[in-house]
Design a protein around this ligand. Structure first.
Ligand code: DMJ
Length: 577
């Protein structure tokens, strides 16, 4: 099994591989550098086309309708498929502006960031009679505000002196307080819906999703750390622990459940809709809060996903009780998974799945919401593409880990498709049907929060130079702070990696050949320093490859994966191979 020690290695290797390629590959090549600059400017233009149109035609309402150049107050509609209990007197919460805050900072527009922060400080109110989806409001609004607060108060003096008096945090706290009644259930699992003014409504549905109650910990945890009020983190943690206790003997979860009885409703699940960010937050919470508990949960859950859902590079759904495959479907949300795998260090697996998702993008020009793998056809009612970010997100992570210029080309294809198929005079429109490219009058806020941000970061990651960040599931950066960790594991501290600096590093083959290990030229090589060796390679403790425990085995030089000790006592390939 992959031990705690192994994950340290995996993370260590990931960061090494990032630094290795930073020194050696496309960045150093002037043609790629010029292309990246050109593409960065293209993405910046896309962002401002979306943002400016929102500000002109929709602000302070929630989202832009780019075709009719009007607005929708969609915060109350998010996740509300049947559009039930819609408010009569709700005029929006400037959702797209909140979602744009961290993107503005990443693109270096501090003036607009400040303007937005000051406007929100004076005008945003949560005391509104609107029934909202806890998960959506948490990732978009609470996450947007908490992240903006941290960006406003870091050491870079982004805001004019004296202009900021923690208003984003006060707003976040006000919102967080309004979330708390949702957790008042016999199980501690929160209701999926809450009225911001009146709390949980009478006869409210008790059905929620796994991601709905399992991916609140980053935003609510950060809110507690920032305010000193432990209630937010405790509520999210209690819900997460309850959810964890509901796993099957195979360490699998369902997709929907009842918050009052604590029983599963839908036993089938995968890594897409209704579950995706649950896995993501187990791992990211481990990085942000340094808790061993999150790692242990993630590890077991990840192994179960790889065991029961994975079919080559594809992921299907399975019944949590039996592990038997249920639905063989590709969904566009699944495309985030390779990005998470990069963070974990499972880069070869990430690369092969990402490649498949990209092929689907190439085939249709964008990614359809659902594709039936067993029938090789589009789902009859889910042929849409609502400007989702997941493929761009994974492309960004894979480029960070490998610095392989192939991912720059992938990004270029994504940018070109978005401009060719979804750009209209009044912004960017969702695709209703990928077979006809007929458009729909909706620019989702995550286009500003995530799609444009990840594309920008793919071509220009200077924002990441001084500080480590974890991006929430909505793409809002939270700095990784040692003060938030119980104990910062030594392997995470870059100053301990002196051996990396000594070596002259060169780039290896393109990931098109599936060789994704960063390479290093060692001075001891037979051709005077030309011997190319993987920088991931850590030899086994004994040269005969015998072992007693996983710790005796090093890192495989071609897959960059931790080797494990077999029952027969030999170091072999890593568990996930
Ligand atoms: C975003 O709101 C978040 O990434 C969420 O976790 C699921 N996906 C949408 C965008 O596709």
């Amino acid at each position: 099994m992959l031990s705690r020690k192994s994950v340290k290695w995996v993370l260590l290797l990931l960061v090494i591989s990032m630094s290795v390629f930073e020194l050696s590959s496309s960045k150093a090549d002037p043609r790629w550098a010029a292309k990246k600059r050109r593409m960065r400017e293209k993405v910046r233009k896309m962002f401002y086309h979306a943002y400016d149109n929102y500000m002109v035609h929709a602000f302070p309402h929630d989202e832009l309708k780019p075709i009719t150049k009007t607005f929708t107050d969609s915060l109350s509609e998010l996740g509300n498929l049947k559009l039930e209990h819609l408010p009569h007197d709700y005029n929006g919460s400037a959702l797209s502006l909140i979602e744009s805050l961290s993107s503005l900072v990443i693109m270096g527009n501090n003036t607009e960031f400040e303007r937005a922060v000051l406007w929100l400080s004076d005008n945003l109110k949560f005391n509104v009679d609107a029934r909202i989806n806890l998960f959506e409001c948490n990732i978009r609004v609470l996450g947007g505000l908490v992240s903006a607060h941290m960006l406003a108060t870091d050491s870079t003096s982004r805001l004019v002196k004296g202009a900021y008096k923690n208003q984003m945090l006060s707003l976040a706290e006000d919102l967080g307080r309004r979330f708390l009644p949702a957790f008042n259930t016999p199980t501690g699992l929160p209701y999926a819906w809450i009225n911001l003014k009146y709390g949980v409504m009478e006869n409210e549905t008790t059905e929620t999703s796994t991601s709905g109650c399992g991916s609140l910990i980053l935003e609510m945890g950060a809110l507690s750390r920032l305010t000193g009020d432990p209630r937010y983190e405790s509520a999210a943690l209690r819900a997460l622990r309850k959810l964890w206790s509901m796993r099957s003997s195979l360490n699998l979860f369902g997709t929907t459940l009842d918050v009052v009885t604590g029983e599963w409703i839908e036993y089938s699940s995968g890594i897409g809709a209704g579950v995706d960010s649950f896995y993501e937050y187990l791992f990211k919470a481990h990085i942000v809060f340094g808790k061993e508990e999150f790692w242990k949960m993630f590890h077991l859950a990840y192994v179960a996903v790889q065991k029961y859902f994975r079919h080559g590079p594809w992921y299907h759904e399975a019944d949590m009780r039996t592990g038997k495959a249920t639905y063989w479907q590709l969904t566009s949300l699944q495309a985030f998974w390779p990005g998470l795998q990069v963070l974990v260090g499972d880069i070869a697996a990430a690369n092969s799945s990402h490649r498949k998702f990209f092929h689907v993008w190439e085939k249709f020009g964008v990614i359809p919401e659902r594709y039936l793998l067993d029938h090789q056809m589009l789902h009859p009612t889910e042929k849409y593409y609502p400007l989702r970010p997941e493929l761009a997100e994974s492309t960004f992570y894979l480029y960070q880990a490998t610095k392989d210029p192939w991912y720059i080309e992938v990004g270029e294809t994504i940018v070109n498709s978005l401009n060719a198929h979804t750009k209209v005079e009044g912004g960017f429109a969702s695709v209703r049907d990928v077979t006809t490219m007929q458009l729909e009058d909706h620019q989702h806020s995550f286009f500003l929060a995530e799609t444009c941000k990840y594309l920008f970061l793919l071509f220009d990651d200077s924002f990441l130079a001084e500080q480590n960040y974890i991006f929430t599931t909505e793409g809002h950066p939270l700095p990784v702070l040692s003060a938030w960790h119980d104990r910062l594991p030594e392997a995470y501290i870059p100053t301990n990696w002196s051996f990396v600096k000594k070596e002259r590093l060169v780039r290896q083959a393109s990931s098109m050949s599936l060789q994704v290990c960063p390479a290093t030229t060692l001075n001891t090589g037979e051709h005077g320093g030309q011997w190319v060796e993987s920088a991931c390679h850590v030899p086994d403790a004994r040269s005969d490859h015998r072992c007693i425990a996983d710790e005796d085995c090093g890192i495989d030089s071609t897959t960059c994966r931790r080797r494990s000790c077999s029952i027969a006592g030999y170091c072999g390939p890593w568990l996930f191979l």
